[in-house]
Design a protein around this ligand. Structure first.
Ligand code: HEC
Length: 476
């Protein structure tokens, strides 16, 4: 007869317990890639290349090519060919599956590991212009933000905390002395540098960074904005322009700082503040993170800000529901403010920033979680400002700038868009506030962090890994 030793039986019982608890709890959040492997792969192939059923990679769609068309087939199936999955998958999971199929089509999963190439020696021909790549500054430490002074000097930041100068094409060996201490940790550090629109009169330079502080013995940080002046290689006359009370600071380094600064035509200072990895905070106007803010150049808060009179709200908030706004730029034709927002997996956004609007994160998004679990089936909703355009799969969108130079005349007023993971510089044509065309100008030279039009009309590009600044110059 078979019998268990009592001790062994107790161990088995305990070992079995968690499984019982899970089976009775709420359904687990599933990785949609694993779900594909278990349920779709047998027909559509391990790599979606097809087999018993058609390929999902060849852009040949019998039932329509839009996200909604794909979702409908997955939900309802095809008579006599494929069962529908509406009883198996939630709407959010069906959305995640659509993103998964788009990602695979774009080769998303391999892009993070793509080796970085050496710079092309020969001219690169694009649709409208040919360019050459020149190195401006090399062997840097994560260059992050760039700007130009009216006298032609370039200022740029390194995330580790350095503010540096390029003068007459030469990188000054020593960084500017006396800039503020930063918390260089996670995605934070010294980030943006911007110049006052009337710099020639007042000499103000602005910095945005992760401000290191201590609360209850614990290291905390949050975005802070200061301005100061450059004198004999030193940072002087510093003033704090924007800072949240200590209670709002977040532990350690962390993610999603945002941190771009742009002045509009009326001289208001706009800056972006990421949600610091706390997605629900983006909808809460009592918190500073996950927002675009508007202040005066000296830090005063404009009385006509949309939530200035809302009890408890941060009066500097201009828009909310923003995830990780890594790019801000003013359209030279209209004066309107554009924002690029680094999404989750899928759903990188290009937004037109409108007073008081809610940009939806995390209530609506075109993306899913990095681990393949869905966030929401909603890609749009009443009262939420939709993106003008979105990149799904993500390109990991970062800094943006309108091209305002004369060296590449056919690119005038095009939006230059950078991408970290996809290692791209894109040219995005915007007409009547809509994206009408996109072209990848630069590919695989490293993660592209920021882009600026130089006073010489060249396009300055900040690369990470390898960490350098290059410029694109025209080839006749
Ligand atoms: C039993 C085999 C089978 C399984 C399992 C299966 N499919 Fe299909 N699927 C098919 C066939 C066959 C078609 C083509 C139907 C037709 O066009 O007549 C198809 C069509 C599709 C299409 C539309 C293709 C087009 O050209 O428009 C999509 C999208 C799709 N499947 C996704 C999935 C996903 C996602 C899963 C898993 C959740 C899945 N399928 C599981 C057999 C299968």
């Amino acid at each position: 007869m078979f019998s268990l030793h009592p001790f062994l039986a107790a161990v088995l019982l305990i070992a079995a317990l968690p499984a019982v608890v899970i089976a009775q709890g709420p359904p687990l959040r599933r990785d949609i890639g694993k779900y594909y492997a278990q349920n779709c792969e047998a027909c559509h192939g391990r790599n979606l290349q097809g087999g018993l059923a058609p390929s999902l990679l060849d852009d040949q769609w019998t039932h329509g090519s839009s996200d909604d068309d794909l979702a409908k087939i997955i939900r309802d199936g095809v008579p006599d060919a494929m069962e529908g999955y509406k009883d198996e998958l939630s709407e959010a999971e069906i959305r995640a599956m659509v993103i998964f199929i788009r990602e695979r089509r774009a080769g998303f999963s391999s892009s993070e590991n793509r080796p970085t190439r050496t710079l092309p020696g020969d001219p690169v021909q694009t649709e409208e212009h040919a360019y050459r790549v020149e190195i401006v500054a090399d062997r840097l430490s994560t260059p992050w933000g760039m700007t130009f002074l009216p006298d032609g000097r370039m200022l740029f930041t390194e995330k580790s905390g350095e503010l540096r100068v390029v003068e007459n094409g030469q990188l000054a060996p020593a960084p500017i002395r006396g800039t503020p201490a930063v918390r260089d940790s996670g995605q934070g550090g010294l980030m943006e540098v911007a110049v006052h629109p009337r710099y020639a009169e007042n000499g103000w330079v602005y910095l945005a960074f992760s401000d290191p502080a201590t609360r209850d013995g614990q290291g905390v940080s949050l975005t802070k904005i200061v301005r100061g002046k450059l004198r004999d290689g030193a940072w002087v006359e510093q003033e704090t322009i924007w800072q949240a009370p200590l209670e709002f600071y977040r532990p350690g380094g962390g993610v999603h700082f945002g941190c771009r600064i742009v002045f509009d035509r009326d001289g208001y200072l706009f800056f972006s503040h990421g949600e610091r990895g706390r997605q629900d905070d983006a909808q809460n106007r009592k918190l500073p993170n996950g927002k675009i803010h508007r202040i005066h150049d000296d830090g005063r808060i404009p009385a006509d800000n949309p939530f200035a009179n809302e009890p408890g709200a941060f009066a500097s908030i201009w828009t909310y529901g923003n995830r990780n706004p890594q790019g801000l730029a003013l359209d030279p034709r209209t004066g309107l403010l554009w924002e690029s927002e680094h999404g989750p997996r899928g759903g990188d956004e290009l937004n037109l920033i409108r007073r008081g609007a809610n940009y939806g994160w995390p209530v609506v998004t075109f993306g899913m979680n990095y681990n393949g679990t869905p966030i929401t089936p909603l890609t749009g909703r009443e009262g939420i400002e939709p993106p003008v355009s979105h990149w799904t799969p993500s390109i990991a969108v970062c800094g943006i700038d309108f091209y305002t130079g004369d060296a590449f005349p056919k690119w005038k007023n095009n939006l230059l868009v950078t991408a970290l993971a996809q290692q791209e510089l894109r040219r995005v044509v915007i007409e009547d506030n809509k994206v009408t065309r996109q072209e990848v100008l630069v590919k695989d030279l490293g993660r592209v962090r920021d882009v600026q039009t130089g006073p010489d009309g060249a396009i300055y590009v900040a690369l990470n890994q390898p960490d350098r600044i290059v410029r694109l110059v025209p080839v006749k």
